[in-house]
Design a protein around this ligand. Structure first.
Ligand code: GLP
Length: 256
C-alpha cells in the first residue's frame, strides 16, 4: 500500500484494502463494542464484509453489539424481496457475521407514499439517537453518486426520496433481472448525513471507476459529482486499486 496523495491509498490488489478496513473496524470495535457502522451496498464493499465474516468466524471479532445503518434502499419492493438491500445485507453480512437483526437498520423498501416523509425523518432520528455514525463505508457510483445522492444533490441534503438516474438503473439491471424491473425511486441518506459521520472510508476498484475517481479527487467540489464533497471531511480516506487510480494526474507514480 502506498499513500499516493494525502489520505489517498493505492493498493496492489483490492483484498489489501479489504483487510486494512476490516482491521480498522476490529480495532474500533475492541475500543467501543457498540460501534455505529455506516454500511454501503454495491459490489465494492463485499470484500470488506467477507473479511469481517471471516474474523467473526475465527473469534477475532465480535459484532454482536454494533449498530449498523445502511446508506440507502430501493422503494416499491416487498419487504422480503431478495433484490432489496435489506435482503442482500442479511445474506452477505448480518447473518454470517451474527449481527442481531434489531441492531441493523435500513430505510424501509415497502413504505406507502403517504408514509415516505415520516420514514425519512425516522431514519435521520435513528442515526442521531444512536449517537451518529462512527465509521461510514462508501463506494462511488459510475456517475459520482454516494448512497443514492445522484448528480445535482446539494451538500446540505438529508435523508429523502430520490429518483434514480438512468446510469444507476442500468448498473442495477442485472441484480433485478432486467432494467424494467429496477425501481425508479429510492430513499437515501443525504450528503450532509454522510459528512456528519466521524470517519469516512471510500473504496473504488477497477478501470470503470478511473474517470469518476479523478473527477472526485481532482475536479471541482460540486453537486455534479456528489462524491467530490467527501474531500471536505477532516477524516476521510480513499482506498483505490491501481486501475481506479490510473487517471489521477497529480500523482507522479501514475504518469508512467
Ligand atoms: C449503488 C449504491 C451505492 C454504491 C454504488 C456503486 O447504487 N447505492 O452506495 O456505492 O452503487 O456500486 P458498485 O460498488 O457496484 O460499483
Amino acid at each position: 500500500m502506498i499513500e499516493i496523495a494525502p489520505r489517498t491509498f493505492q493498493v496492489e490488489g483490492r483484498d489489501e484494502a479489504d483487510r486494512a478496513l476490516a482491521n480498522e473496524i476490529v480495532v474500533l470495535v475492541r475500543a467501543k463494542p457498540d460501534l455505529v457502522l455506516g454500511l454501503a451496498t454495491g459490489t465494492t464493499p463485499v470484500g470488506v464484509y467477507r473479511e469481517l465474516v471471516r474474523l467473526v468466524g475465527t473469534g477475532e471479532l465480535d459484532l454482536a453489539r454494533v449498530r449498523t445503518f445502511n446508506l440507502d434502499e430501493y422503494l416499491g419492493l416487498e419487504r422480503n424481496d431478495p433484490a432489496a438491500f435489506r435482503a442482500r445485507m442479511q445474506a452477505m453480512l448480518f447473518g454470517p457475521a451474527r449481527i442481531p437483526l434489531a441492531r441493523t437498520d435500513l430505510p424501509a423498501c415497502d413504505v406507502q407514499r403517504k408514509g415516505e416523509a415520516a420514514e425519512c425523518e425516522r431514519y435521520e432520528r435513528a442515526i442521531e439517537a444512536a449517537g451518529g455514525i462512527d465509521l461510514q463505508l462508501l463506494g462511488i457510483g459510475r456517475n459520482g453518486h454516494i448512497g443514492f445522492n445522484e448528480p445535482g444533490s446539494e451538500r446540505a441534503t438529508r435523508t429523502r426520496i430520490v429518483e434514480l438516474d438512468a446510469t444507476t438503473r442500468e448498473d442495477a439491471a442485472a441484480a433485478f433481472g432486467g432494467l424494467e424491473r429496477v425501481p425508479r425511486r429510492a430513499i437515501t441518506v443525504g450528503i450532509a448525513t454522510i459528512l456528519a459521520a466521524r470517519r469516512l472510508r471510500v473504496l473504488a476498484f477497477g478501470p470503470h471507476k478511473a474517470s469518476i475517481v479523478r473527477a472526485t479527487l481532482e475536479g471541482p467540489i460540486c453537486t455534479a459529482v456528489p462524491a467530490s464533497f467527501l474531500r471536505e471531511h477532516s477524516d476521510v480516506e480513499f482506498w483505490l486499486d491501481r486501475d481506479a487510480a490510473r487517471e489521477l494526474v497529480r500523482v507522479p507514480s501514475n504518469r508512467v
